[in-house]
Design a protein around this ligand. Structure first.
Ligand code: GDP
Ligand code: MG
Length: 597
């Protein structure tokens, strides 16, 4: 395709502002799919994506649009991941485009996540086309939102498109704005091939499918290419695009976005941000912006039923085929037996993997308390990275312990500000900035990541009834007065519940945890003490009193089928329990460790 007839753009929107609905409308209007093929929200194709309304993998569709000027354009719409955990993927997707549609909900206005993405988009020199969506809503205030876009983001919104993706209003205007406002890509056909690897995923029929944006040169079937960062060489066996149906193409030229396959078996070999060039006469310099992604949150995943270990190994291996950003290694726990220590980009990423394992692979899992990576300087001068509280060395051998910090931007309506400031303060936050724009406040805090991985996001959402938005970036390590807290059930340490906490938080956290465990662990025939301890010092304690448990007693020996039902139920309950010495701990108790306040 000729450069002047190509437009590459992404859609930036806060969750729920209508990105997917608008994308679907654009696909429908340009005839990419028949009405019958338009299942709701084509782009979000994973069940979890649909339910949570977020995009996890970048996806691109090519739309052919005949504009008012009579020319037919190839529009490449790139859907970007919608969560802070996937910020790097977002940055690479944006780097593949020349412009962006900024979709803002006419009733909600600009939110923190929108801001973070818009600033990135501006950094990539994008032409930004504001789209004020949901103008059909009775609560819509499009003029107010237009002013907000200008005041807060600082871009001209006088020509913002007024749209309702749901009712199909303003869709043609959006398409015309893409063609007339967003510049075509630049690039040279005669230069050596340079293409950016935007995303990769595993397809059971095609192997690893790689989404690329060609900068210069041409990519075609039969070409021997190399990945400059990964250092591997591959023979291209297929070139094409998604419309959203997969079509094969003879080649992808400068400025084009499409996919390639090259008999690659693992996504790990196709890293996001890598540069694809030819083996012969290729580019000498890789594209800027490549980064090796590192997991930041770690936790242990153990099968509830030890017999499921092999199944877990296989399932984790399969998920990993499709997601190179998550890591795993085998781990054994005194209490939980064999499982895996897994690394994630953030808590949402953790939840997604955990959910997929239980849903798609039908596994009952115990998740241990998530932990960040600590850096230890030992008294003998050695440096250790600590991914697992269970590996914590004897504190007398540690000279210094450092933890990762983040800079968080929170954007909230005024009325919730007080509670949010308190939450940040409770989590050892350091306030950097507080500004008001309209009836809203934008507050910036430095926070230890350790305080955020527990339940910060959930708390923020519940405090603000979902109105506050949150975005963060990592800002490096800082020394902290950190201690290892152990939980003892019936005087036995439960390693899965051990965690590293700041000394000032230990007591409150320990108390919360033992109180919750007291409610979650059923009574036994004997008294069960539950304690939180730092070293030998007990900082919180609860006791579950003894009870004789006979579930069938209630049945008065009469109704046999009812009795059987009860027994089955109890068996079921057992399956989801974990035996610790002679105490049974239900699966929920482990997850509760994540949810405490
Ligand atoms: P995304 O998270 O940005 O992808 O948002 P979705 O496209 O999934 O939309 C979120 C919700 O808003 C869905 O329930 C949509 O049906 C609804 N929605 C999207 N666009 C409009 C619109 O123009 N008007 C109204 N009333 N609802 C809309
Ligand atoms: Mg969506």
């Amino acid at each position: 395709t000729e450069l002047s007839l190509i437009r590459n753009f992404s859609i930036i929107a806060h969750i729920d502002h209508g990105k997917s609905t608008l994308a679907d409308r654009l696909i429908q209007r340009t005839g990419g799919l028949s009405d019958r093929e338009m299942s709701a929200q084509v782009l979000d194709n994973m069940d979890i994506e649909k339910e949570r309304g977020i995009t996890i993998k970048a996806q691109t569709v090519r739309l052919n649009y005949t504009a008012k000027d009579g020319q037919t354009y190839a529009l490449n719409l790139m859907d970007t991941p919608g969560h802070v955990d996937f910020a790097y993927e977002v940055s690479r997707s944006l780097a593949a485009c020349e412009g962006a549609l900024l979709v803002v909900d006419a009733a909600q206005g600009v939110e923190a996540q929108t801001l973070a993405n818009v600033y990135q988009s501006i950094e990539h020199d994008h032409e930004i086309v504001p789209v004020i969506n949901k103008i059909d809503l009775p609560a819509a205030e499009p003029e107010k939102v237009r002013a907000e876009i200008e005041d807060i983001i600082g871009i001209d919104a006088s020509e913002a498109v007024m749209a309702s993706a749901k009712s199909g209003i303003g869709i043609d205007e959006v398409l015309e704005a893409i063609v007339t406002k967003i510049p075509p890509p630049k690039g040279m056909r005669d230069k050596p091939l340079t293409a950016m690897l935007v995303d990769s995923w595993y397809d059971p029929y095609l192997g690893v499918v790689i989404l690329v944006r060609v900068i210069d040169g041409v990519i075609r079937k039969g070409l021997q290419v190399k990945f400059m960062q990964g250092g591997t060489e591959h023979l291209i066996d297929r070139v094409g695009a998604f419309t959203p149906k997969r079509i094969d193409l003879p080649e992808l030229g400068p400025g084009e976005i499409g996919f390639i396959t090259a008999q690659i078996k693992e996504v790990e070999q196709a890293k996001v941000g890598d540069t694809v060039t030819t083996v012969k006469g290729g580019a000498t310099q890789a594209l800027p912006g490549y980064k090796e992604v590192q997991p930041v949150v770690f936790c242990g995943l153990f099968p509830v039923d030890a017999a499921d270990f092999e199944k877990l190994r296989e399932s984790i291996g399969r998920l990993r085929l499709n997601d190179a950003s998550f890591s795993f290694e085998m781990e054994s726990s005194a209490a939980l037996g064999f499982g895996f220590r897994c690394g994630f980009l953030g808590l949402l990423h953790l939840e997604i993997i955990q959910e997929r394992l239980s849903r798609e692979y039908d596994l009952d899992l115990i998740t241990t308390a998530p932990s960040v990576v600590y850096r230890l300087t030992m008294t003998d001068g050695g440096i250790k990275e600590l991914h697992n509280p269970a590996d914590m060395p004897d504190p007398v051998k540690i000279a210094e312990m450092e933890e990762p910090w983040i800079k968080a931007t929170i954007y909230t309506p005024d009325e919730y500000l007080g509670s949010i400031l308190k939450l940040c303060q409770d989590r050892r936050g350091i306030q950097l900035d507080l500004t008001y724009i309209g009836g809203r406040a934008q507050v910036t805090y430095e926070l230890p990541l350790n305080e955020v991985v527990f339940d910060f996001y959930d708390r923020l959402k519940s405090i603000s009834r979902g109105y506050a938005s949150f975005d963060y970036e990592q800002i490096g390590l800082r020394e902290g007065d950190l201690v290892m807290m152990n939980i003892l059930v019936n005087n036995e340490p439960v390693d899965a519940l051990s965690m590293i906490v700041h000394r000032s938080q230990a007591e409150a956290r320990g108390r919360g945890l033992v109180e919750r465990l007291k409610e979650l662990i059923p009574r036994h025939m004997f008294k069960v003490p539950i304690q939180a301890a730092i070293g030998a010092k007990v900082i919180a304690r609860e006791t579950i009193s003894a009870m004789r448990k006979d579930v069938t007693a209630k049945c008065y020996g009469g109704d046999i089928s009812r009795k059987k039902k009860l027994l089955d139920k109890q068996k079921e309950g057992k399956k989801r329990m974990r035996e610790y010495g002679n105490v049974s701990i239900p699966q929920e108790a482990f997850i509760a460790a994540l949810r405490m306040g």
